[in-house]
Design a protein around this ligand. Structure first.
Ligand SMILES: Nc1ncnc2c1ncn2[C@@H]1O[C@H](COP(=O)(O)OP(=O)(O)OP(=O)(O)O)[C@@H](O)[C@H]1O
Ligand SMILES: [Mg+2]
Length: 392
């Protein structure tokens, strides 16, 4: 096992048609700790696969350094990097059964040629025994023991996916690279396999870089998440830190479903020591005093108020601490109520703004009627309109 370090890593492609240069990965600095499960997430085309392929050695870096453990591996051949990669479109050998598929790479690596095997029968037998044991263990772990004799065409998509994982596991790599390995599975199997992968990682503790564009997958699986946009790393932190303290509007909007409400607003100067007011026209938000200092220089300026749907409470059910002086209570129009069972989603209008709230399922909100909502100003964020960076 080993840590992976990317230093000032760049990959520039030339578009075959326009001949323009595209920075698929733009000055990426990232340290993946030994034994860590790191998720690389971002919208389609942001450079996730390219970054992964550079780590694996399948794509040459335009510039920058890749280290695995203590070694700079830029010039190390893929097979010598001790990496196992699981792709979205894994290919199993169709003419081999599951067992042979899993054993193939191992035999190639661990057993010398047939002549050697015939002249070193007991040694060869011992190695074959080891290979068999690791395959049986992996098959047990992945619950595919009963499938070892089957050919890939007689397996379901989910089973094939697990065989591909098994084939990667038995190699006991230093690093696992996974590129959307669950995307071919149906929703239920995806959730199941997701949990299995996490359990597997807890047991094996192999450094893993897991690529997905699914933010739910990222939040649930990653010990840390690296968010990319157009080749540029935006932020890398634990799921909860990213969720509560996003550095900019992109990260704030990318993580969380339904996503954060963004409302154009203006900062009003603080009055007599209380925090500043963020004025969205249809409603005002009294910010807590501790957020005052950072907002001071924005007095009189346009900003974007960011508020997560779960931080807009139905007044009737709002926590007592928020319900005090009523400063952040706003009457909004309820357009749609979507009962989800555990919670209800409300589509709201306040003046020219539309917002989403996630409230208690017991809400008495009625479509077409007004409702009092309490906004948790302590959890709200304010972003710079120009740079989209978070101010508080
Ligand atoms: N061989 C190539 N030649 C030219 N451009 C490429 C090449 N491979 C990738 N790109 C471009 O580099 C950018 C990043 O591609 P990449 O495949 O890394 O994205 P991704 O984040 O994995 O996206 P997805 O979620 O769709 O898989 C894209 O703009 C893509 O068009
Ligand atoms: Mg990709």
């Amino acid at each position: 096992m080993a840590q992976v370090e990317l230093r000032n890593l760049n990959k520039i492609f030339r578009d075959p048609q326009t001949k323009k240069e595209v920075a698929a990965v733009n000055n990426l600095n990232l340290e993946i700790h030994d034994g860590e499960f790191l998720v690389l997430v971002g919208p389609s085309g942001c450079g996730k696969t390219t970054a992964l392929r550079m780590i694996a050695g399948l794509e040459e870096a335009t510039s920058g350094e890749i280290r695995i453990g203590e070694t700079v591996v830029n010039d190390v051949a893929p097979r010598d990097r001790h990496i196992a990669m699981v792709f979205q479109n894994y290919a199993l050998y169709p003419h081999m059964n599951v067992y042979e598929n899993m054993a193939f790479g191992l035999k190639l690596r661990m057993l010398p040629n047939l002549f050697w095997q015939l002249t070193h029968m007991s040694e060869a037998r011992r190695i074959k025994g080891e290979i068999d044991k690791s395959i049986q263990d992996a098959a047990e772990l992945l619950d595919i023991k009963h499938l070892l004799d089957r050919k890939p065409k007689a397996l379901s998509g989910g089973q094939r996916q697990r065989v591909a994982l098994g084939r990667a596991i038995v190699r006991v790599p230093q690093v696992f690279l996974m590129d959307e390995p669950l995307s071919n599975l149906d929703a239920k199997l995806r959730v199941q396999t997701r949990a299995e992968l996490i359990k597997l990682h807890r047991r094996l503790k192999i450094t893993t870089v897991y690529v997905t564009h699914d933010q739910v997958e990222a939040m649930t699986m990653g010990q840390r998440i690296a968010v990319m946009r157009e080749g540029v790393l935006q932020q890398c932190d634990t799921p909860l830190n990213l969720y509560h303290e996003p550095v900019n509007m992109f990260v704030a909007g990318f993580l969380g479903t339904p996503s954060m409400n963004f409302v154009p607003a203006e900062v009003k100067a603080s009055q007599n020591g209380s925090g500043p007011v963020v004025d969205a026209g249809a409603f005002q938000v009294q910010m807590p005093a501790e957020k005052g200092a950072a907002l001071k220089e924005y007095a009189g300026k346009n900003v974007v108020l960011g508020i997560r749907p779960e931080d807009l409470h139905d007044k009737e059910f709002a926590p007592a601490a928020l319900n005090g002086n009523g400063a952040n209570t706003t009457r909004m129009q309820v357009d749609v109520v979507e009962p989800m069972g555990a919670v209800s989603t409300l589509y709201l209008t306040a003046g020219q703004h539309t917002l989403l709230a996630m409230v208690e399922a017991e809400t008495k909100a009625k479509e077409g009627a007004p409702l009092d909502l309490v906004l948790d100003a302590g959890a709200a964020h304010v972003f710079d309109t120009e740079t989209e960076q978070k101010i508080v």
